[in-house]
Structures are given as C-alpha cells and as structure tokens.
Write a protein that binds this ligand. Sequence first.
Ligand code: UAG
Ligand code: ATP
Ligand code: API
Ligand code: MG
Length: 506
Amino acid sequence: MLSPSQSITLGSLLSPWMATSDWQEKWREHSVVNMTIDSRQIEADDLFVAVNGHAVDGRGFIPAAINAGATAVLAEADNIAKHGDIVEQDGIVIIYFQQLNQYLSAIANRFYAQPDTRLKLLAVTGTNGKTTISQLLAQWANLIGYNAGVMGTTGNGLLNSLTPAVNTTGNAIEIPHVLHDLVDQGADFAAMEISSHGLVQGRVKALQFVASIFTNLSRDHLDYHGDMANYADAKKCLFTEHQAGIPVINADDDIGFTWLADLPHAVAVVTDKARLGEHYQGQALWLTDVMYSTQGVNISFDSSWGAGQFTAPLVGSFNVSNLLLALATLLALGHSIDKLIATAPHLTAVIGRMEVFQSPDKPMVVVDYAHTPDALEKALQALRVHCQGKLWCIFGCGGDRDTGKRPMMAEISERLADRIIITDDNPRTEAPAAIVSDMLQGLALPQQAQVIHDRKLACTYAIEHAQVNDIILLAGKGHEDYQVLADRTIHYSDRETVQALFGEIA
Ligand SMILES: CC(=O)N[C@H]1[C@@H](OP(=O)(O)OP(=O)(O)OC[C@H]2O[C@@H](n3ccc(=O)[nH]c3=O)[C@H](O)[C@@H]2O)O[C@H](CO)[C@@H](O)[C@@H]1O[C@H](C)C(=O)N[C@@H](C)C(=O)N[C@H](CCC(=O)O)C(=O)O
Ligand SMILES: Nc1ncnc2c1ncn2[C@@H]1O[C@H](COP(=O)(O)OP(=O)(O)OP(=O)(O)O)[C@@H](O)[C@H]1O
Ligand SMILES: N[C@H](CCC[C@H](N)C(=O)O)C(=O)O
Ligand SMILES: [Mg+2]
C-alpha cells in the first residue's frame, strides 16, 4: 500500500496548465490527498483521474468513484474547447483536461513534489535485460554507498523489499507516488524499467532521468506495436522525446548502433571496439577479454574512464552485456572505477534470471525468464557451453500476447536443445491447446517434442528422466509465482517446484 502524499489544493496542482485563478475559491482551495486512476481503488479525499483507455472509457466510472469517496475528479476533455471546463456533480467538482493521458505524468509528478529530482533516477529500456540491468545498477549502487530502489517486473521499492506491481512500468500516477515513498524511506538512487507500452502511453513523460540505458531490440509485443519499426520508434522516444539524461547505448545491437549518430552525447557499449570505427568521437566502454565458468564471468574492459578487470557471479554472454551497460552507466555518472571493480564480485544473479539450482545426484536446473525468441536463443546458447550431457528446454508461450513468436521460439528450441517439453505459460483467455498448436508449427519434427500442459508435471518428468550431467532450462516464468488461467490466477512457481523436487522445501 502506498502512503498518502501531503495534501495539495486543486488550484495549485493545475495552475501550470489552466487559469485556476478564475475558478470559484471553493474549488481553487479544495484539497486532495492522493491521486488514483482506478475507481476500484478510490479512498476518501482522493482525486479520481478519469482517462479514456484502450478497453473502456474511465469517465464512465466517475459516479462509482464519487460513491467510493472521491473528493474531486480530473477528467479527459473531448476537445481543446472543453479544456478547463468545470462541472459540479453530486457536490463534487469535475475538471476537464485536454490530452490528459499525455500530461498526467507531469501533473502527478507535481502532485508528489517532483520526487524524480530528489534522487538519482535511471531508466532502462529494451526488449530483454531491463530487470537484470536495473537490479544490477541498484545492487552496485548499494555496494558503493547509496540506498537504492527499483521499479519493474519483479516489483517496486527498496531493492530488498519489493512490492509486486501489475505492470513492468507502472502508470503515470503510480510512478511518482512510488518515487515519493522511496525518497521518504531514504532512497537516493532508483533504477526503473521502461517498457515500450509505458513510453507510448506517456507513463514517464515528465520524469527527469540522470541516465537512460538501451539494452537491445528483438521481436516482442508486435500484437501492440504492429511492426518492428513502430516498436523501435517506441523505444527510441525515450532518448528523443523524454528527459533521458546520459544515453547509454548497447551498440552491439544493430538498432542501438544506428541511434548513435543521432545521440552525440551517448556512451556506446560494445564487445568489439572496432565496431565503432576509427572516427568515433564519443564516450565508450568496450570488452577486451572474457572468461566464462560455472561460477560466473571474468571480464576485462577498457573505456573512456580507464581499463579494468573484474569477476561477477552471473552466467551467460548476455549477462556480460548487462554488466558492461551497468558499469558504463555508473562510470559515466562519475563513480570511481576502482570502487566499482572492487565491489563487482558481490553482485548476485537476479531472481528468476539464469538462476541455477543444484542438488547432489540431480541434473542442474536453470530457471530463467526468457519469453522472447532472442532471450530463449541466448539462454540455450549460454547453457550449451556448460552442458556435458543433454540440454533440456521446458517452455510455453503466453496467451493474449504476440502469437508470431510462438513458432519462432519452438524452432529455436529444436535447433539448440536436445530434449523439448512444451508446457503452459499464462494461457490467459486462450485455449492452452491452441497456443501449443501454434508453437508446434515451428518444429520440423513435432513428434519428438513432448507436450505436458501442467508445468509442475513437465518439470517433474524432466528431473526424473534427465541424467545427472544434463541441464534443464525452465524458461518463461522466472520470478513469477502464478499461472494466469482463463477464469482465475493460481499460485505456481518454477523456483518452488524445483526446490520441492530437490527436497529443499516441503
Ligand atoms: C493495453 C495496455 O497497455 N493497457 C494499460 C493502460 O490501460 P488502459 O488505460 O487502456 O485501461 P482500460 O482498461 O481501458 O481502462 C481505462 C481507465 O478506466 C479505469 N477503470 C477501469 C475499470 C474500472 O472499474 N474502473 C476504472 O476506473 C482504468 O483504471 C483506466 O484508467 O494503462 C494502464 C495504466 O498505465 C495499464 O495498467 C494497462 O496495462 C494493462 C494492464 C496491460 O496488460 N498492459 C501490458 C500490455 C503492458 O503494459 N505491458 C508492459 C510490459 C511489457 C514487457 O514486459 O516488456 C508493462 O509495462 O507492464
Ligand atoms: N542483454 C540481454 N540480451 C538478450 N537476452 C537477455 C539479456 N538479458 C537477459 N536476457 C534474457 O531475457 C530474460 C529476461 O531478462 P530480464 O527480465 O532482465 O528482461 P526484461 O527486459 O526485464 O524483460 P520484461 O520485458 O519481461 O520485463 C532473461 O531471463 C534472459 O533469458
Ligand atoms: N511482461 C511480459 C512478460 C511475459 C512473461 C510470460 N510468462 C508470459 O506470460 O507471456 C508480458 O506481459 O508480455
Ligand atoms: Mg522486466
């Protein structure tokens, strides 16, 4: 539960955008103590914000919000002529605001007293790696003396006490509210994940970031963005239409590389310096050597801030990219290279991201959140290096999400794994059999893949049938502790399943 903010008058809150001095005094001086966008979460003295959404028009819930105790309403205006109109309904004021969705971030940020400027706020965007990098940044920040928070897929809050959240990037009101609470709890650093949905919906429009990181772009969310060009534009607008601070760009990624030309102050991060060309003038950090072991990675790098070498207990080549991006960002923000190198061995793997589970006489199991073709490919490639026996891949595809990635992920599993078990992953409103059928289209030899819809049974089968030197990748659910079915959400966790099968928990 978020704490209430200090109260603020409607006149003061909205004065940057409308002539509140013309209002009746009773409305101008009317105080509100919280903002909420959902009528179902209204509490006494809240300001209800009614926007027109993708599925329903929030203005239809104004009566419900008033019934629930809203003390005032800020509602989307249909056109510019109606901007600033005031209507009284059941003794409650409704103020109309044009393009409310696009301004909501600024209004809410003002409401919560600009918390983005009261700590160092960092943004991480890209298809894969956002959670990992934001948490690595927060861990590293803590190790060098900050009190760091995060916001993202695994929840919001101080790094070690996260509150689960509905979205990876919260709504335009929730974000400054969480930041306000973080500042109250003494946070002086926060790294947040910014999804492409969050960017196009203006959820972070008004925030001031000290640095923004781009991880990579690969297929995902085409159900929402239509095509890859739109998806790329959505990500790019963090750097061109937001207060991004220092851009830190993964230039190994083809899209990231092309953006460098438009971002002269960017820090480019690459695994091969030659990729930047002789004439590259900007700041950069590049890999000079890397060694992998089951204990993690040993990285040597050079950069505009000097050269160095460090170890970190993370698995997979993509985590080298994640570590370099986090390091480059902290260096660009002025932190000491020596301190960062000295603290790197204390970084830890992020929950549900290439998380390794081992038990005597049992195959190694890796729980990972790969739910895109690129992530699945990278996760399998990373594990192949360590696998003496057969590599198993257990995965499904989410319902009500981009259907095009289903056969692609199946094709990747067939190419890179030795044994495939297709299972369920949040079927949501779709029939699990239909999702599996889409996935099977991608296999040359579908008869060789097993389909076990029940995820726990799929894991049990693999652990019972795999040899001790096999590796089992359990992909797609990572930290999730639920399975979303058509009519209900049930408790389910891959991590708990493995721990139970290994006899670690009852
Ligand atoms: C399609 C989409 O992105 N929808 C997002 C959008 O909702 P919306 O404004 O369109 O909502 P709507 O359901 O049409 O309702 C309109 C308004 O009526 C209000 N309402 C509705 C019902 C009611 O009883 N009372 C009420 O007041 C709603 O609060 C809303 O303000 O804005 C909301 C607030 O920001 C988001 O929570 C919501 O995310 C939904 C839940 C969602 O599933 N989004 C996914 C696709 C998403 O955003 N994913 C990305 C991450 C993807 C990744 O991993 O990369 C994310 O950032 O989470
Ligand atoms: N830099 C990377 N490049 C490619 N794949 C990655 C990278 N980092 C992580 N992955 C893979 O993607 C999965 C998800 O990683 P992570 O949760 O950090 O990404 P995310 O961008 O936060 O995802 P989401 O969009 O679901 O929030 C990991 O479990 C791993 O398989
Ligand atoms: N944030 C992503 C996560 C997907 C995770 C996977 N378990 C699934 O449900 O598809 C999404 O909502 O598309
Ligand atoms: Mg994430």
